[in-house]
Design a protein around this ligand. Structure first.
Ligand code: PMP
Length: 450
């Protein structure tokens, strides 16, 4: 048995892998990774895979970036972990200062958690608790978008709209008020993104008008619904939403977990609209993908609604054992230093243009219905019959064929259903973009052959 096979077998004997039908691995090999560097993952037999999805969108500066590794080692020599209740530490303080400084204006407080779903739970709880503290206990509902994704814990899953993840647990979940997504994939032929997005906002306005008295917050993924198939919309939606939420007395929660830290071409996707949400969730790229950490930012108005004598029982008594873990915070600080050391956004604009140039030829492909891009996210949507807008049935698992072809070619592509997307680390080189795009184009050819 080869080393790869040994690790595969040992893994399948005891590890229950996330987001996986384990039976698939009777015929689909697991990829055991021994080490990683930059955009490359390496298995136990020396085969390398270009990580075109930044390991679930986390490794924004590639794996084991020397600067992050150095800062982490320094931190490990000083302080590994300490509870954040009653105690504090330098990386948590400095990171909170820096996040508040770069975040949209007015976000001045930072609550730490340790993964994206938990950050969403924190934001949902803070919002409803805020209204309770203000004497408005009826405001306990949330408005969310169709096709949204906010995580897997029950609260986060409840405000998600992707049926694949949600349906099995539907009886356990609170019911959000769901509003049609502004997703521009659905726009009429020839319609401008902005016009479509504005038109879709009518549903949100109606929902707010009808339900504001019982709604704590609207939660959205700004600009890109990533897990929902990299569906994108125009920033005008965020501007209209900001104005409407303020007018109706409802919080706006921006889930920037996937799109924050430069992914869309600006530091935060909200920056495209020039808006400040009431609560902003951050994770994934926050630590450069090295360690689990998340943060929820809010402004003084929210913070002060919890600030009172203990006996008022207004405090936010939420905690996670690893809230604000020093190693995670040190990795996050090193990540922010990388943004300070060079003009990442300009460099990304050039890389994004190269990705577009390499993929745009697919627009005439018989089974490509849409190619879309927002910064360092490029998505190609496949369809059985693009003219009739007829999708491939999910059971055909066309994306999986692209995945398998990618693995053969040494490129980790992990399509979302019929959507093949590229979301590489910002440290990818122009040559590596060519390799990645060639594998994706070939994979699409193979996957659409019959
Ligand atoms: N929100 C968004 C927008 C996400 O993309 C994700 C993860 N894909 C989450 C929340 C959940 O984060 P985590 O997987 O760290 O719980």
């Amino acid at each position: 048995m080869t080393l790869n096979q040994t690790w595969m077998q040992r893994s399948l004997a005891h590890v229950w892998h996330p987001c996986t039908q384990m039976k698939d691995h009777e015929w689909l090999p697991l990829v055991p990774v021994k080490s990683a560097e930059g955009v490359w993952l390496e298995d136990f037999e020396g085969k390398r895979y270009l990580d075109a999805v930044s390991s679930w969108w986390t490794s924004i500066f590639g794996h084991r970036h020397p600067h992050i590794v150095m800062r982490l080692k320094e931190q490990l020599d000083r302080l590994d972990h300490v509870l954040l209740g009653g105690f504090t530490h330098e990386p948590a303080v400095v990171l909170a200062e820096k996040l508040c400084a770069i975040a949209p204006k007015g976000l001045t407080r930072c609550f730490y958690a340790d993964n994206g779903s938990s950050a969403v739970e924190v934001a949902l709880k803070i919002s409803a608790h805020y209204w309770r503290n203000l004497g408005q206990p009826r405001k306990t509902k949330y408005i969310s978008l169709t096709n949204a994704y906010h995580g897997e814990t029950l609260g986060a899953l409840a405000v998600g709209g992707t049926r694949l993840y949600r349906d099995a647990y539907a009886p356990l979940l609170m019911q959000p008020i769901q509003v049609p997504s502004p997703d521009c994939f659905d726009r009429a032929p020839g319609e401008a993104w902005e016009d479509h997005t504005r038109r879709r906002f009518r549903h949100m306005e109606e929902a707010l008008e009808r339900h504001a008295g019982e709604v704590a917050a609207v939660i959205v993924e700004p600009l890109v619904q990533c897990a929902g198939g990299m569906r994108m919309y125009h920033p005008i939606y965020l501007r209209l939403l900001r104005e409407a939420c303020s007018r109706h007395g409802v919080h706006l929660i921006a889930d920037e977990i996937a799109v924050g830290f430069g992914r869309t071409g600006r530091m935060f996707a909200c920056d495209w609209a020039g808006i400040t949400p009431d609560l902003m969730c951050l994770s994934k790229g926050l630590t450069g993908g090295t360690l689990p950490l998340s943060a929820v930012l809010c402004g003084d108005t929210i913070y002060e609604a919890f600030y009172d004598d203990y006996a008022s029982y207004k405090a936010f008594l939420h905690s996670h054992s690893f809230s604000g873990n020093p190693l995670g915070c040190a990795a996050a600080l090193a990540t922010l230093e990388l943004f300070e050391q060079s003009d990442v956004h300009s460099a990304n604009r050039r890389l994004a243009a190269l990705m577009w140039g390499a993929m745009t030829g697919l627009s005439s492909h018989r089974n490509v219905i849409d190619i879309r891009q927002q910064g360092m996210i490029l998505a190609v949507e496949l369809a059985k019959n693009p003219r009739k807008r007829e999708p491939y049935p999910a059971e055909e698992r066309r994306g999986l064929r692209v995945y398998r072809h990618g693995l053969e070619r040494g490129v980790l592509l992990r399509p979302l259903g019929n959507v093949v997307y590229l979301m590489p680390p910002y440290t990818i080189t122009p040559e590596q973009i060519v390799t990645m795009c060639e594998a994706a184009i070939e994979g699409i050819e193979v996957a659409t052959r019959d």
